[in-house]
Design a protein around this ligand. Structure first.
Ligand code: SF4
Length: 508
């Protein structure tokens, strides 16, 4: 067999998870210089840039949601795909053991996490044969927050703010703009979209995701699609959704469009949204040894250019220090737009914890607490008292907890909820009624936030798996922005309404 194949795939996984490709770096660097200094957008991008640098320096996961590993493989005729598939699965399990991938594969019926990223449908591996005498493997790691913002349209369709989208390229453009507007900051903007015009519901989504394997700076060989891509990129930033949905000049860093034939009765437009943590790399391998002969998307002879040439997140002196546990007066003094630095005890909780807290008593005292929507990457470490160390800990998408959050704030006296993408009307009402705030942390900044965590002080509900457990963390100067306050104000609602008006103005 190919003696170096396993090691090559493992290297590919680790690099993809920890080191963004140059085209994405260049786009993010351009975004960074496009947002005026001192704005929320600029602060968010500075944290993101610092996070990108930290991930490379420490070979840590760029984002704690290391996503669904999707491999696209081309092999010479006669290659043993059964053996390769097995090797790839073992490499995924090994990368998970090493903390480079978070255990992300969950049984959809029982909710049990397999712990090693293996299970039915995980990872996704697609093989194709080609007539070259080498192996090509491309990998994309796409997380759940951006996956949840994917959209598929059956046109003709009526779209809010845009009117009817017909079965024309103009109609397609409306669908794409609508999908980006609908995503707001939930998919960790600025993102990139892969689009498929046509196909059926299944092949449309697949082809849309395949577009994300294209380099951001390439030009579509089909001039009609090249024009459409350019036209979207020319207009989309007028939406002013901005990084993390905070408002700003950069909403999208790439738009890649493909087309498939369709049935006469169907016309689908499928949009795959990827976040700024656009982890995509590839390798070519010697077909006789499995050794890496070339890296795709990046040239290893070129050194990695740091995203930041200065210290990173700079304090303005206007930040508000919060020390948990908090009382209602502490949080009622905060208003939308305030930048806060949280210190003290923080508890993580996401889907499984919220569902549990609705039916059972809390395993810890949550009065005055800070609840962080986060599924961290946590590894065993016998050198620290708790035996655990957090290696990546950015926020997860909060809107999933909307059905529970208001009730949990009321029942347990939670004062601060931290996540990303904002929450809805029920939570906003609960924040006002019970004196609590929602803070938006910077999505994907897993390395940056891991450094604010000084120690793990315990864990509850570990049966749910490490990402879903309730971790007890001691944090210091954890920065976030108040985006929903205790007075009924929501930056997310405001930006959605404002960008909706821009969408109407853009038209097509
Ligand atoms: S950057 Fe945001 S959307 Fe992307 S994987 Fe991380 S948490 Fe999910």
């Amino acid at each position: 067999m190919l003696p170096s194949f396993f090691e090559s795939v493992l290297q590919l996984i680790v690099r993809t998870s920890t080191d963004l490709p140059p085209d994405v770096r260049a786009a993010m660097k351009h975004a960074l210089v496009s947002e005026p200094e001192g704005t929320r957008a600029s602060q968010a991008l500075t944290i993101i840039a610092q996070n990108i640098d930290l991930a490379v320096d420490t070979e840590g996961a760029i984002c704690q949601d290391t996503g669904m590993p999707t491999f696209e493989i081309k092999v010479p005729v006669g290659a043993n795909q059964i053996w390769m598939r097995q090797q790839i699965r073992e490499a995924v399990a090994e990368a998970t053991r090493r903390g480079k991938l978070r255990p992300n594969s969950v049984d959809s019926i029982t909710g049990a996490n397999s712990g090693n990223n293996l299970g039915p449908g995980t990872p996704i591996i697609h093989f194709d044969q080609w007539d070259k005498d080498q192996i090509e493997i491309k990998l994309i790691l796409k997380g759940g927050g951006c996956e949840n913002t994917n959209a598929q349209y059956a046109v003709p369709v009526e779209l809010p703010h845009l009117g009817r989208a017909d079965r024309t390229l103009e109609g397609v453009k409306k669908c794409i703009l609508h999908a980006i507007w609908q995503a707001q900051g939930k998919g960790c903007a600025p993102g990139a979209v892969g689009v498929c015009i046509g196909g059926d519901r299944t092949s449309g989504y697949l082809h849309a995701k395949e577009q994300l394997f294209r380099s951001l700076d390439d030009v579509n060989p089909d001039p009609r699609l090249a024009e459409l891509e350019a036209s979207i990129m020319g207009k989309v930033n007028d939406l002013e959704i901005g990084p993390m949905g905070f408002g700003g000049k950069v909403t999208l860093i790439g738009c890649k469009i493909g087309a498939l034939n369709r049935l006469p009765a169907s016309f689908f437009v499928s949009v795959a949204y990827d976040c700024w943590a656009f982890r995509r790399l590839g390798i070519t391998l010697d077909a006789t040894t499995g050794a890496i002969t070339n890296w795709l998307y990046r040239d290893p002879s070129n050194p990695i250019i740091p995203m930041l040439d200065q210290a990173g997140f700079a304090r303005t002196g206007r930040e508000v220090a919060l020390k948990a546990p908090l009382n209602p007066a502490d949080v009622r003094a905060l208003k939308v737009g305030d930048v806060v630095l949280v210190s003290g005890r923080m508890f993580t909780g996401r889907d499984a914890v919220h569902s549990y807290l609705m039916k059972h008593d809390a395993p810890v005292d949550l009065q005055g607490s800070v609840l962080y929507h986060c599924g961290p990457v946590v590894v065993k470490d016998e050198t620290v008292p708790s035996g655990w160390r957090v290696t990546a800990a950015g926020p997860t998408t909060s809107i999933r907890e909307e059905p529970y959050q208001g009730e949990i704030i009321k029942k347990y006296g939670v004062r601060v909820v931290i996540g990303k993408g904002g929450m809805g009307a029920k939570t906003l009402a609960a924040l006002k009624e019970h004196g609590a705030v929602y803070l938006n942390a910077i999505g994907g900044a897993a390395q940056f936030y891991a450094r604010s965590i000084k120690r793990v002080d315990g864990v509850s509900l570990l049966d749910f798996g490490t990402p879903e457990a309730l971790w007890h963390l001691d944090v210091e100067n954890f920065p976030a922005i108040v985006t929903m306050d205790a007075h009924g104000n929501s930056l997310h609602k405001d930006i959605e309404q404002e960008s909706g008006k821009h969408l109407e103005a853009i038209g097509v």
